[in-house]
Write a new protein. Sequence first.
Length: 135
Amino acid sequence: NVARLDVLSNAGWGQELLLSYLVIPDPARFNRAYSSAVACGSVVVGPSKKSAQGHRGHATVAFPPFPSSARVQVLVQTRCDTTDSHHFDDVHSAVVTGISATEFNVTVARVDRLGEGWGQKLELQWLAWVTAELP
């Protein structure tokens, strides 16, 4: 599912969207093999909190520091709580709102029921990598 998050309606966006994906192997093995240029993991965002912009989840995720001159990219994906007996099938979107050489910030919104929250322990899987060192 794809939805705009800047407006809580079913408004379109007037452009073609390209969907890319990446399969990440076991994070522990992956981090050992590529620790100098890549880091990955997961964090529990938890239930949403109501704000002026509607229900949202926020997280600041720290990772092993890259060189301060590094240009870092981050890919995130939400994952419903699979350990709960409710078998959640909510759909969420995550937007990275800030990246540094040591952490990133992310905001999560529910997009299958725009404006509504969630009560599950929502998980965020992430991958951070160095694309280039800044001059």
